[in-house]
Design a protein around this ligand. Structure first.
Ligand SMILES: CC(C)(COP(=O)(O)OP(=O)(O)OC[C@H]1O[C@@H](n2cnc3c(N)ncnc32)[C@H](O)[C@@H]1OP(=O)(O)O)[C@@H](O)C(=O)NCCC(=O)NCCS
Length: 137
């Protein structure tokens, strides 16, 4: 049975999914500190086993970022990612009551743009804006 929970932010589950989708995993203490700064998150369980996760980070008033949408490989393609996105977007609608102009960003992994386009996200360049950039590590 699939079950959604809000704001659980269990570090072991987060790192497990990070690893399962091939992103490696962060130091437990780093993940733990990072997740404490979430604005909102959803965790999805199949018979109490974590199978999906997504979170919103940001300042809560001017910028929000959708981050770390992860569905374990054996559960992908079953619209779980869609369910996670819909929950996050519902929360964003709530947050928007305070500032309807709040900007919602995300950084799509290569090849994942089409998934996000289904929810109304567009590439910055299609909006006449420059590319998103990150600091080279
Ligand atoms: C990307 C991801 C979150 C999608 O979750 P999912 O549960 O497999 O996706 P869904 O079943 O909800 O798919 C919803 C729709 O998006 C489409 N879609 C999903 N992944 C896609 C992709 N990589 N490219 C194009 N379309 C994709 C599906 O075909 C589906 O289309 P439909 O509604 O017409 O049937 C999941 O595959 C995942 O966790 N991948 C590894 C981690 C990752 O890359 N996360 C994204 C970080 S930016």
């Amino acid at each position: 049975m699939l079950e959604f929970k809000e704001n659980i932010d269990n570090v072991e589950e987060f790192n497990y999914l990070y690893d399962a989708v091939g992103w490696g995993s962060y130091d437990k203490e780093i993940s733990s500190k990072a997740l404490k700064n979430n604005i909102y998150s959803v965790s999805l369980y199949d018979n109490n086993q974590i199978v999906g996760y997504g979170r919103i980070i940001g300042d809560g008033y001017i910028f929000l970022y959708i981050q770390d949408i992860m569905v374990s490989p054996e559960h992908q393609g079953k619209h779980i990612g869609t369910e996670i996105m819909n929950k996050l977007l519902d929360k964003i609608e709530e947050i928007k009551k305070e500032n309807p102009d709040i900007l919602v960003y995300l950084g799509a992994s290569l090849g994942k743009e089409k998934f996000y386009e289904k929810f109304g996200f567009i590439k910055r360049e299609d909006y006449g804006l420059g590319p998103g950039m990150i600091l080279k590590g």
